[in-house]
Ligand binder design. Structure first.
Ligand SMILES: NC(=O)c1ccc[n+]([C@@H]2O[C@H](COP(=O)([O-])OP(=O)(O)OC[C@H]3O[C@@H](n4cnc5c(N)ncnc54)[C@H](O)[C@@H]3O)[C@@H](O)[C@H]2O)c1
Length: 387
């Protein structure tokens, strides 16, 4: 499939003498789209609505397993090209995540260009919802950085393919509940490989970032008999934990945490948590956390394996949230979604086994398994047609 550009023709700025820089920028984005290492995306939709000021990119990487599913990021990108690039990378990541989560969904992602604190209006979200509708079900949206359940309630007024809505509107609400549950399952699988038993009982777990996901993870770990140490840049987030669980330890920052004697390190804040310095300083022999894109650069996965540290791939263990929103499309049932998120234990274990058999780091084994599932199934041609 090629590139689809959907734009409001009334505002198309046709300049026969286009500036060379603009031409070069457009050219480089298209080159990335078609470059195989960028993932051979099926479709990219550029959306613009003059009345509301909406500028958005919807990237569909793959519909091989079903409709593309992935959230909407609202972010003040430094350039339009950076926004397209982010959408392409995020959509590709969703194909892998959805494949290993066992979902019948391909990968897609949308980005809205702008500051969510100042640029988000009902009119803009409705315009965005109409663009999602225009894809006729090939793309299913949800929350991401900068968008929230209340926003999805607005977007959903324009289409049937919006998840992450509030329970009052047929949605599942906050996805961090099952994200934390899935991370806990991944950690149990790592414990089984590293210490022979699928439990964190008696283990010392350090959590960097006790926001929406991290705070639920603390509870699961304490219930399982683990000792927990946390850090967060927001003192209020730490206080919320220690008020509820006075037995939880606290350290000043993530740098101190990785040097603290730990069995498990759980990055639950921002991406890029595992850089060279962190990997060199880690005392833990398991890394398993919710944060997306934990490996700061290619090769970190090999350094972790080289130090005997078992890394549970981030996109595998943090799939509970996408499992939750996917369930919304069938009329949300928490127990059904939780049962599916519990299977993250088996998936993570299968990845560790494949990694050991192939002699590769778990991150590589995860990619191979996802690619296998995507290639195994015949592309579902029905998703190419509007529903
Ligand atoms: N919420 C979900 O369902 C979900 C699903 C998949 C992946 N994730 C990923 O998991 C991570 C956490 O998500 P969340 O929803 O809990 O976000 P959140 O914003 O609620 O929590 C993140 C926490 O990390 C803290 N933090 C930021 N920088 C830090 C630093 N340098 N050191 C220590 N703490 C720091 C923040 O203060 C905040 O409390 C993110 O990377 C997110 O992309 C979340």
């Amino acid at each position: 499939m090629g590139v689809t550009t959907v734009t409001d023709v009334r505002q198309t700025d046709v300049r026969p003498t286009a500036q060379p820089a603009a031409v070069r920028e457009t050219g480089s984005v298209i080159a990335k789209l078609f470059r195989s290492e960028q993932g051979g995306h099926e479709q990219v939709v550029l959306c613009q609505d003059r009345d509301s000021g909406l500028k958005a990119v919807i990237a569909i990487h793959s519909t091989a397993l079903g409709p593309a599913l992935g959230g909407t990021r609202f972010f003040p990108y430094a350039s339009d090209e950076a926004a397209v690039e982010d959408a392409l990378n995020l959509a590709r990541g969703m194909s892998y995540k959805n494949a290993l989560a066992g979902l019948d969904h391909g990968g897609g992602k949308a980005v809205i260009i702008g500051d969510p604190d100042t640029g988000k209006t009902e009119q803009l979200l409705l315009a965005y919802g109409r663009f999602v509708a225009s894809l006729g079900g090939r793309y299913v949206t949800a929350c991401d950085v900068g968008t929230y359940v209340a926003d999805m309630d607005v977007v959903a007024r324009e289409n049937r393919w919006t998840t992450g809505r509030s329970p009052a509107n047929g949605g599942a609400g906050d996805s961090s509940v099952l994200t934390a549950w899935g991370v806990f399952q991944g950690m149990r699988a790592a414990a089984r490989v590293q210490w022979g038993e699928p439990t964190l009982r008696g283990r010392r777990v350090g959590i960097a970032g006790v926001g929406k996901v991290g705070k639920h993870l603390v509870t699961h770990l304490l219930d399982d008999g683990a000792e927990v140490v946390v850090t967060d840049v927001r003192p209020s987030a730490v206080e919320a934990i220690t008020d509820k669980h006075p037995e939880v330890g606290v350290v000043g920052d993530a740098e101190v945490l990785v040097r603290t004697p730990l069995d498990v390190y759980a990055p639950c804040a921002l991406g890029g948590a595992l850089d060279d310095a962190t990997v060199g300083a880690l005392t833990a022999t398991v890394v398993c956390g919710a944060a997306n894109n934990q490996l700061a650069h290619p090769g970190v996965e090999k350094d972790l394996a080289g130090r005997g540290i078992l890394y549970a791939p981030d996109y595998v263990v943090n799939a509970g949230g996408v499992i939750q929103v996917a369930d919304e499309l069938h009329g949300f049932d928490f127990d059904r979604a939780k049962a599916k998120a519990t299977r993250i234990f088996d998936t993570t274990l299968a990845i560790f086994e494949r990694a050991a058999a192939d002699g590769v780091p778990p991150a590589v084994a995860a990619d191979r398994l996802a690619e296998h599932r995507m290639a195994e199934l015949t592309p579902s041609a029905q998703w190419l047609r509007p529903q």
